[in-house]
Design a protein around this ligand. Structure first.
Ligand code: FE2
Length: 236
């Protein structure tokens, strides 16, 4: 079997918005492949690698280092630009039946939404909190000058005004970025996401890559404390 090449991985990403890369000889190989696709971007804690493992103390939040469900979002919508690609290298997948990475193509979402819902996605500008005190204030979906759509979305931000919302968060609707209408849109997107998502359990030793400016992602709850993936953010 041929070794995976950045050129063919890029072609699949362009066509499908995501790909699972098999036949890697380990994490080092995954890193070399990703370096051929783009440039690593420092993540929330300033490092280019983020370990997606369960760490005690996060159990009340929808956070990567909890074992809770994380609803549909794009990564780091308050970054300018947001990471073009996201990648998860799987050291050991959950064996409990949970821990899926779920994806939905924004191009499909656009077709599924009604006109008023679509307008809410493309018209009002929304302040996405970013690194430090910065924000990016843009519509959730817009086209760049070259016509390429750029999607930003956070179920948690629209329903709880927080990316890593507490599971029991119930904020005053007045305090939500787009009020009740935004929260209703998030719930509708959440329903469509659950109905049309692609469910992926990245096999051990494999690498999932997706276009974070095109695809929504989510994570299903899991129990297996041995689950371990490493996350990368990649600029175009
Ligand atoms: Fe995420």
């Amino acid at each position: 079997m041929p070794m995976p090449r950045a050129e063919s991985v890029r072609a699949v990403l362009e066509a499908d918005g995501h790909t699972v890369v098999h036949r890697l000889s380990g994490q080092r190989h995954a890193i070399e492949l990703l370096q051929d696709i783009g440039r690593f971007v420092p993540q929330y804690t300033g490092t280019v690698e983020h370990e997606v493992v369960h760490r005690p103390g996060n159990d009340g939040r929808a956070y990567s280092q909890s074992r809770n469900t994380i609803r549909a979002h794009t990564e780091a919508p308050g970054w300018d630009p947001s990471p073009r690609h996201l990648a998860l290298y799987c050291h050991r997948q959950a064996r409990c039946g949970g821990g899926h990475t779920d994806l939905l193509d924004g191009r499909l979402l656009e077709k599924l939404l009604g006109p008023a819902e679509h307008a809410l996605l493309t018209e009002p500008r929304l302040a996405f909190p970013g690194p430090g005190a910065g924000t990016v204030t843009v519509p959730m979906l817009y086209e760049e000058a070259n016509g390429r759509p750029v999607l930003r979305f956070s179920y948690n931000l629209l329903t709880a005004a927080d990316y890593d919302a507490a599971l029991d968060a119930a904020p005053d609707p007045e305090l939500l970025p787009l009020g009740r209408a935004g929260a209703a849109l998030a719930r509708r997107v959440g329903e469509l996401f659950d109905q049309y998502r692609t469910r992926i359990l990245v096999p051990d030793g494999c690498l999932l890559i997706w276009d974070n400016q095109r695809m929504l992602h989510a994570r299903s709850a899991y129990e297996d404390a041995e689950r371990h993936l490493t996350r990368y953010w990649i600029a175009a």
